[in-house]
Design a binder for this molecule. Sequence first.
Ligand SMILES: NC(=O)NCCC(=O)O
Length: 432
Amino acid sequence: MAEKDRAQNGSMDDKNEDPTNMAAASNGSICGFESLHHLLRSSLSPHLFQEVSRLLLGFNCGKPLDPITLPSPAISLSSSHNFDLQAYRFQAQKESIRDPRIVRVGLIQNSIALATTTPFADQKRAIFQKLKPIIEAAGSSGVNILCLQEAWTMPFAFCTREKHWCEFAEPVDGESTQFLQDLARTYNMVIVSPMLERDVAHGETIWNTAVIIGNQGNIIGKHRKNHIPRVGDFNESTYYMEGNTGHPVFETAFGKIAVNICYGRHHPLNWMAFGLNGAEIVFNPSATVGELSEPMWPIEVFSDRVLYISQARNAAIANSYFVGSLNRVGTETFPNPFTSGDGKPQHKDFGHFYGSSHFSAPDASCTPSLSRYRDGLMVADMDLNLCRQVKDKWGFRMTARYELYEDLLARYLKSDFQPQIISDPLLRKNAA
Ligand SMILES: NC(=O)NCCC(=O)O
């Protein structure tokens, strides 16, 4: 890997890779390494690392993903503002009729900027100031579509059940959208902004919403989180209800996109619905911590811990589209202790949000993940022709038998539902 690529896609001698760097190690690193891939690259011979990467990340068009060297301004910004910067290319087979449809897509993960005890206006402003150089790095790299993390403008305070955190909520066209509209116009970039929405026109209701800002700075639309967790410290149902916007796909200047917000990643029908509506890229802005989702993490989202079987990756395969998975980073300590009524002692934080944002492709390939504890920008060039090529190759849409599931779901929703169970007749005979 060329030196410039290493400076950008993570290097072994990065100060954050120092296994003795106990500060990093205590902040969600893996034995002082930023990610499993960094650990493996540092520990294995180049040939072994290549083989392990092939197994963990898959092949795209018969080979590992090529790293992309981003322009110097982006690399300089990543160094001066200490955020992880990685970039890779997903290719498709060359077609005889269609030209390639290359789109450059970015994901930003970040920790909060000020302590949760500081004034809310200061916290929000500090996050804007923290994100601006990372967004500028994306824009100066030619990113066409950029997605931020869930509820990016605030601490993920939905563990506290305290309602003053709702002061961070804004109308869809409020302060954070205006901040991003200027950047969208400046860089001709679509921006997905997952935020806490206050629906002023409808009783000032609160929603967990993703606002889609077009590359000319206009608001294209919004999507509200469909599935709300009631698990562990995720007391989000105290703040907002299940969304009422269905499964919209937003036709932007660069492709058709959708947003599956965090907990919705556990629901395969949620992923499927965006696919049936024609999504080519589905973003999964999340906020999740090791204590809760670690046991599921190797199954559900790209894991730096054990396996690279990812529900996001599965969704990309099953629905023949690209997925951008984001998770925030850091540990957010709140002023007042809280409990989730699960017998555990009261505490003041969720645990560590472990970042690890990454992209998955419909051909089962995926990028390595971003840092487990540093802010980061992941960039990928995607040839959207790959979506239809995989549909044609595997035929998942054609063989899906939706009518079977329509019938089952229609019966399941009725109060007299009878599960389709065929019992061993001998069970009853022996019991008699
Ligand atoms: N933000 C959110 O929905 N988190 C739920 C916990 C999880 O899905 O890991």
